[in-house]
Design a binder for this molecule. Structure first.
Ligand SMILES: Nc1nc2c(c(=O)[nH]1)N[C@H]1C(S)=C(S)[C@@H](COP(=O)(O)OP(=O)(O)OC[C@H]3O[C@@H](n4cnc5c(=O)[nH]c(N)nc54)[C@H](O)[C@@H]3O)O[C@H]1N2
Ligand SMILES: Nc1nc2c(c(=O)[nH]1)N[C@H]1C(S)=C(S)[C@@H](COP(=O)(O)OP(=O)(O)OC[C@H]3O[C@@H](n4cnc5c(=O)[nH]c(N)nc54)[C@H](O)[C@@H]3O)O[C@H]1N2
Ligand SMILES: [Mo]
Length: 833
């Protein structure tokens, strides 16, 4: 057994393995200081809700409190490993400042109230608005962090009960592009690949994905391959020198917002060199000649100029992906959160299609999710789509859903695409929407252009309901605050990136009167008296397991089929991948084996869109284009970002994440080890730009865009010259409670712009024109940026920056293969290997 400082060593100890071998087990554990395993009363099965990886874990309970976590050795996702957020983040559950009672706004203050009064107020306001203004006066803005059972209930309530089309999740900011890109290429949402593809791949390409920091355990799997015999080669496409870039065989650091040009360049080379799998393309795709025509002009010379990357690196990158025998690609926010998000993500799908790299071990594609249950938000239709990946523009799909819900088809809004989150902000702004019920998201930190969002959400005429576990920035300005129970305090299921479904069981009681989100929804549905077409209750289930049962029926025969899953089957062993049905009772490792897609006109979840304008295609157009339901190769030309650097704003601002924090930090900011590792916002600057702006490590600087300004201490990092990076985690209050010392907001979203991808409607968080100014010399305190991550210091000042360390409080156990690991319950990776 090893004792490791997991703040200093986020990926822990290497357990090398070779291609085609099973990833060794390593069981990670962290308990409250002073406790040993002997002190633990019970271990309760769960999985991590601080990212989309789905690390299986057990929660340690002592005297009715959470006191630690341990990785689940038998889980296919993590084989026992945990990342720093998994190891330390659970502490926020027991934080003393949890919400414990409903709060209602009175005379500009939030005062405590009873559940009965809170729910009566909510229902009363809802009914008033429905009577006076109709269903389009109210909207729901949910999350990617609840459980499947909760989203399904919400989707039924909002769509069939209230009949509003204004239903979306923060998944719009997160993985709307993943869903959109999968629908464009394969006709349907649903992740083709599997994590076990890491075990087999000879080339792994990461497109705008800092996996080392954002899916630490999946990266650990890659690190273990890299440390073993015959390691894979790695391609990294990211303007920052992330840990992924440092490990890469080839690192392309393009100008932000030029991904489509770059992908077209790679496709150009793949086609020009004859690296195309012609049989696969002929048998399983449509659209090749248009793709070939589109990428013809994207020669290495042209692309090198647009992206500002060395031509020979581009050629090397193309050779890697073009000659790989088993290519695994992952795509995330560097591609998704851009003005051509869907167009760029689709080009990665195209790369896999033209190379025939799908549906076989190591030939995998992961259009990543970010949040723990973003997949379920999408499956259940809590992002506005119709439940079970049904197509809102296909009358037969709407009728089928109406059958499942026992309502008339017209009771389900399907006359236009679902209203996306940014459009809801617009409707609130122009007064057509009057109520927004926010659950499990903190838009006053996470939406773009906060100045505008603040003025939208604080309007007198808007009734803002916030359902959260803490008094977040958004909850503070709400008219009604509903205190929720969270993971560990409630039971439910959720699904990770590679379709692995986990059960998370209740381990401890929620604080005070906090209630599970599901109970809040069920109470609301009961008070609203929603009926089906025979006068029976529309929401006829009463707890997580009965909700799961109705969802299973809704998923029957759909791509995301859950019908052979039960809570009991998910207990004790590993998570299981959908589809899991009679035909595949143990789940399904990979989609699209043998080139079979959910893309036939009668089956497809969407008829697709024009990648440049986002205009939806008509059913007749789709039928003509893809009568046989093959995969679609959809080409797109490169369009420059809408806000380009100018004389006044000569730099490009990129925002994103650091390893130690989750989003707006309501949870990770309350775990001492994680807080201390990255306690405040910083500004990442290249050596070159530091030079021209007279900046040294630790100086105080100001970043300004046309929308606002943020101050932070400078970290000179390996970021591309001309580009600045700000972590978006830091809101305008210090954690926990209290204003930032200078009264200024520290939120990166003060600076971002109101703009989105035309297909997925995902906001652009990765490119804004910006200006940098030195405010003051360093006072000797180092920049709060971690040194273990993409923000590692470079240059002459680097040596004097103290390394990020956790110390005693961060020491965690690692049970290694050399220890006596249990052999009878090794992970079942699911499906055929
Ligand atoms: N530690 C941690 N992990 C998390 C989360 C967290 O908050 N913290 N959140 C989870 C969630 S919800 C999500 S969505 C994921 C996000 O996970 P990632 O997408 O990996 O994280 P980001 O930091 O948002 O962006 C990734 C990278 O995109 C790069 N990038 C910026 N602009 C461009 C560009 O134009 N082109 C290219 N190619 N790259 C660009 C950035 O430099 C950055 O390194 O992480 C999940 N995991
Ligand atoms: N500038 C910039 N902005 C971004 C991004 C970026 O890269 N750059 N990334 C975007 C992305 S990908 C994402 S996913 C979003 C994330 O943005 P948010 O969703 O706003 O971030 P979180 O802090 O995760 O907010 C979740 C909220 O849910 C609460 N919560 C936790 N557990 C529960 C529960 O069980 N029930 C309930 N009811 N509440 C709970 C938490 O306390 C917290 O307030 O940010 C987006 N915004
Ligand atoms: Mo996300």
């Amino acid at each position: 057994m090893a004792r490791t400082d997991r703040i200093a060593e986020p990926w822990g100890t290497r357990t090398p393995y070779g291609p085609g071998e099973r990833w060794p087990v390593r069981v990670d554990q962290h308990l409250e200081e002073g406790l040993t395993e002997a002190d633990v009363d019970r271990w309760v099965q769960s999985a991590s809700t601080l990212h989309s990886n789905g690390d299986g874990l057990d929660l340690a309970v002592k005297d009715g409190r959470l006191v630690g976590v341990r990785g689940r050795a038998q889980d296919r996702v993590n084989h026992g490993r945990l990342g720093p957020k998994d190891l330390f983040g659970w502490q926020s559950v027991g934080s003393s400042d949890r919400l414990t009672q409903p709060l209602v706004g009175r005379d500009g203050r939030l005062v405590e109230t009873t559940w009965d009064e809170a729910m009566e107020l909510l229902v009363g306001r809802m009914q008033e608005l429905l009577a006076e203004r109709g269903a389009s006066a109210v909207g729901f803005y949910t999350t990617g962090q609840l459980f499947l059972e909760e989203y399904y209930t919400l989707g039924v309530m909002a769509h069939a009960g209230i009949g509003t089309n204004h239903v979306d999740g923060n998944t719009r900011l997160c993985t709307a592009t993943a869903a959109a890109a999968l629908k464009e290429s394969f006709g349907c949402d649903g992740q083709p690949g599997s994590y076990t593809d890491v075990d087999h791949a000879d080339v792994i390409a990461l497109f705008g994905h800092n996996m080392a920091e954002t899916q630490t355990v999946l990266w650990t799997r890659i690190l273990d391959r890299l440390a073993g015999p015959r390691p894979p080669q790695v391609l990294c496409v990211d303007p920052r020198l992330t840990p992924v870039a440092r490990a890469a065989t080839v690192h392309l650091a393009p100008r932000p917002g030029t991904n489509v040009a770059l992908m077209n360049g790679l496709l150009h080379e793949v086609i020009a060199h004859g690296w195309v799998d012609e049989d696969y393309v002929a048998a399983h795709t449509v659209g090749f000649s248009e793709l070939e025509r589109q990428v013809r002009e994207y020669t290495p010379e042209v692309v090198a100029r647009i992206c500002d990357v060395p031509e020979e690196d581009l050629r090397a990158a193309a050779r890697l992906v073009g000659t790989a025998d088993r290519l695994l690609s992952t795509v995330l926010q560097g591609f998704y959160q851009s003005h051509q998000g869907t167009a760029s993500a689709v080009q990665v799908n195209n790369l896999h299609l033209v190379r025939g790299m799908l549906g076989a071990p190591g030939r995998g594609l992961l259009q990543m999710n970010g949040q723990p249950s973003a997949e379920n938000t999408r499956e259940c239709g809590a992002d506005g789509d119709l439940a079970g990946f049904r197509n809102w523009s296909n009358a037969a799909h709407v009728a089928d859903l109406a059958r499942v819900w026992n309502v008339e088809p017209d009771a389900i809004p399907h006359w236009s695409p679902p209203t996306h989150a940014m459009q809801m902000m617009r409707y609130l702004e122009d007064g057509s929407m009057r109520m927004l019920w926010v659950q499990g998201t903190n838009p006053l930190v996470s939406l773009p252009e906060l100045n505008r969002i603040r003025s939208v959400l604080t309007q007198e005429r808007v009734f803002l309901v916030v359902q959260d576990i803490f008094l977040s920035e958004t909850a503070q300005v709400a008219d009604l605050v509903l205190p929720a129970a969270t993971t560990g305090e409630k039971t439910g299921t959720f699904t990770n990136v590679d379709r692995t479904v986990h059960l998370s069981e209740k381990a401890v009681e929620p604080p005070g009167q906090a209630r599970p989100d599901l109970d809040i929804f069920l109470d609301f549905a009961r008070r609203m008296g929603f009926r089906d077409k025979d006068g029976g209750p529309l929401v006829h289930w009463h707890d997580p397991e009965s909700a799961f049962a109705v969802w299973k029926e809704c998923s029957r025969g759909r791509p995301c089929d859950y019908t052979a899953l039960t809570y009991d089957k998910l207990r004790g062993g590993s998570g299981i991948q959908w589809p899991c049905d009679e035909e595949h009772p143990e789940g399904t490792e990979r989609l699209y084996e043998g080139g079979r897609f959910f893309a036939a006109p009668d089956v497809a979840e969407s008829y697709g869109r024009d990648l440049i304008t986002g205009a939806p295609l008509e059913e007749t157009e789709y039928r003509a284009m893809n009568p046989q339901g093959r995969a679609v190769l959809k080409a797109a030309r490169y369009v420059p970002p809408h806000e380009l650097p100018s004389e006044r704003f000569p730099l490009q601002l990129v925002t994103g994440r650091t390893l130690y924090h989750f989003h707006t930090r309501t949870r990770t900011g309350r775990a001492r080890q994680l807080h201390d590792a990255a306690p405040d916002v910083w500004v990442e600057v290249s050596q070159h730009d530091a030079g021209t702006h007279g900046l040294a490590e630790g100086d105080l600087a100001e970043v300004t865009t046309p929308r606002g300004r943020v101050e932070g201490r400078v970290r000179i990092s390996g970021i591309r010259p001309g580009v600045l990076f700000l972590p978006f985690h830091y809101g305008y209050w210090d954690m926990p409670g209290g204003h930032a010392p200078d009264g200024h907001s520290r939120a990166a979203n003060e600076l971002t712009l109101t703009d989105w991808d035309p297909c997925s409607k995902q906001p652009v968080f990765k490119t804004a024109a910006a200006r940098l100014r030195r405010l003051a010399a360093s006072d000797g305190t180092p920049s709060p940026a971690p040194t273990t991550t993409g923000s590692a210091p470079v240059g002459p000042g680097a040596a004097s920056v103290p390394p990020t360390r956790g110390g005693e409080a961060s020491m965690s156990d690692e049970l290694l293969p050399s220890d006596d690991l249990p052999t009878d319950d090794l992970p079942s990776d699911g499906g055929a290997r």
